[in-house]
Design a protein around this ligand. Structure first.
Ligand code: UD1
Ligand code: CA
Length: 457
């Protein structure tokens, strides 16, 4: 939108969170509160400023490429705006103000609000909402149906005012020069000794300026997060919204209520997500994938037509197409599975790659290994990659077969087509196409079995 700048308030501590971390850095749906607000704002204007103060460096680092304004001491929302005077000097257009703690706000709502402000030719506009529980919010005190008299903070409100259900969302549009002129008239005579931005609205209304009030039809979007309870509530709402968007794009989500998917996750059409699945970070899931219950996938790529059975944990890994995995498989960071790999139950893999069609179906540990294609890793196989101080690599070339319950003491190589007999402890490289047997020879002693009491049946 032309001639519009945006200012996001993100300098406060967020005392009610009782956290060492600044409130706006807490996450819902896998992204910080202020990150969500910024994402909603960026399509509306190219000039977005963020006011930072408490833990300024951390907040800046979390946001990247925007303009920052410093509020060294946090003396209230009005004071935060005063700190932006210099950054906005000479700017004559509209300033949209957003609090950094309304993660559910949508771009469309912001645009509708600015349009309302402009069409009504207002000097300032405030976005309000009727909410079932207005506790804690500033209340909109109206002069009549169309006009606002002032905004009164919950802490400063009388019994009468506390009954008002229409609340201030902290989302405003101001004529910029008029805003800064009015801010000079704001005093801090209130229960918190803070300079309230809300007072600007009361002052402008008192001076007979045209103040627009736009009641949001979507009251749940403007929920401000101040407490851990509100984190939980908005997180749920955000994830429900994400599931709805994915379902609209052709993903089956059997139980959105128990499915936790971060906002940055991408999932292809015809993928089926069973109840109680969690998918976090910027994970990318292909088409026609099946993800069964209790699997937890973080920062991973999963190729099309792959099946993730129950209870798999996949972290920072890349899984090809038509793979089957689980139940109860664990991929730790740095795993690359090529197409058609099969990973069975209770298999742990770390920082390793498996080539096309290779299999590890039962109870194995594969760490720091490079495994070719069409390799069979038997039940209970262990790559012994750690000697107590250092980690060593294992290489298993194409078409090799590692028999059950073998240990490969790294660094070690099994050549192409090599065959390790079951129960072997392999300490030397196995040449290509060779059979390696590394186990004690069996001795049978006739009639020497110890006597055991026979159970009566
Ligand atoms: C504010 C409004 C209240 C409204 C509510 C909506 C005021 C005085 N009150 O109250 O009317 O109903 O939002 O959610 O404006 N911040 C700064 N610098 C400061 C203080 C705050 O940048 O000195 C930032 C915070 O980081 C936060 C935002 O401003 O992102 C709002 O501050 P917060 O303390 O949450 O205000 P509320 O008490 O919720
Ligand atoms: Ca708030």
């Amino acid at each position: 939108m032309n001639d519009l700048r945006i200012l996001i308030l993100a300098a406060g501590k967020g005392t009610r969170m009782k956290s060492r971390k600044a409130k706006v850095l807490h996450s819902v749906g896998g992204t910080t509160l202020v990150g969500h607000v910024l994402r909603a704002a960026q399509p509306v204007s190219r000039e977005v400023f963020v006011v930072v103060g408490h833990q300024a460096d951390e907040v800046k680092a979390s946001l990247g490429d925007v303009l920052f304004v410093e509020q060294k001491e946090q003396l209230g929302t009005g004071h935060a705006l005063m700190c932006a005077r210099e950054a906005l000097s000479g700017f004559k257009g509209d300033l949209l103000v957003l609090p950094g703690d309304v993660p559910l706000i949508r771009t469309e709502t912001i645009q509708d609000f600015v349009r309302f402000h402009r069409e009504g030719k207002f000097d300032a506009s405030v976005l309000t909402a009727d909410v079932p529980n207005p506790y804690g919010y500033g209340r909109i005190v109206r002069r009549n149906d169309n006009e606002i008299a002032e905004i009164v903070e919950h802490r400063d409100a009388s019994e009468e005012v506390l009954k008002i259900a229409e609340i201030n969302t902290s989302i405003y549009v101001f004529n910029t020069p008029l805003l800064f002129e009015t801010l000079t008239k704001v005093r801090n005579k209130n229960s918190q000794s803070e300079y309230y931005l809300t007072d600007v609205i009361g002052i402008l209304a008192g001076e007979g300026k045209k103040v627009g009030v736009w009641k949001s039809p979507q009251a749940d979007e403007i929920l401000g997060v101040n407490t851990r309870q509100e984190i939980a509530f908005t997180d749920r709402a955000m994830r429900r919204r994400k599931c709805d968007a994915l379902m609209s794009e052709g993903v089956t989500i059997l139980d959105p209520g128990s499915t936790f998917i971060d906002v940055d996750v991408k999932i292809g059409a015809d993928t089926v997500v069973y109840p109680s699945v969690q998918i976090y970070g910027p994970s990318v899931i292909g088409e026609d994938v099946t993800i069964r219950s209790f699997s937890c996938i973080t920062n991973a790529q999963i190729g099309s037509r792959t099946t993730v059975l129950e209870g798999c944990i996949v972290d920072d890994s890349k899984v090809g197409e038509e793979v089957t995995m689980g139940p109860y498989a664990r991929l730790r960071p740095g795993v690359i599975l090529a197409d058609q790999v099969k990973i069975g139950n209770f298999v742990e893999i770390k920082k390793s790659s498996l080539g096309t069609g290779s299999k590890a179906m039962h109870l194995a540990y594969i760490g720091d290994a490079t495994i070719g294609s069409n390799v069979n890793i038997g039940a209970g196989v262990i790559t012994v990659n750690y000697d107590g101080s250092k980690k060593y690599p294992t290489t298993i070339e194409d078409d090799a077969f590692v028999g059950s319950d073998s240990q490969l003491i790294a660094p070690i190589r099994v050549g192409k087509g090599g065959f390790v007999a079951a129960g072997s402890t392999i300490t030397e490289d196995v040449p290509a196409e060779s059979l390696a047997i590394g186990r004690g020879r069996q001795v049978n002693k006739e009639n020497r079995a110890p006597h055991r009491k026979k159970k009566k049946l």
